[in-house]
Design a protein around this ligand. Structure first.
Ligand SMILES: [Zn+2]
Length: 87
């Protein structure tokens, strides 16, 4: 799947309809990025990071981000959530 032209400088794009954030570097058919672009209900983040997306209340899409989407979104700080994934 090719990266949407208007997001060529962004890695992450959010879907305002369901508050899901996708990683364009790893987007799959399940992400329906083309459909999202057509809907124009997408959001860019600044800084362009998953942490920023989560701060804004978006949940990472498991299929492309590799993150578990369940649970409450992390707020403000990522410290603590990496404790069991690093070692
Ligand atoms: Zn996705």
């Amino acid at each position: 799947m090719s990266r949407p032209t208007r997001f060529e400088h962004n890695q992450y794009v959010g879907d305002k309809r369901n508050r899901i954030v996708h990683d364009l570097d790893a987007a799959t058919d399940a992400c329906a990025i083309d459909e999202l672009m057509a809907s124009e209900q997408f959001a860019a983040f600044g800084p362009d990071s998953l942490a920023e997306a989560r701060n804004r209340g978006y949940r990472p899409h498991p299929a492309c981000t590799g993150q578990v989407g369940g649970g409450a979104p992390a707020v403000a700080s990522r410290t603590g959530e990496e404790s069991d994934s690093d070692q």
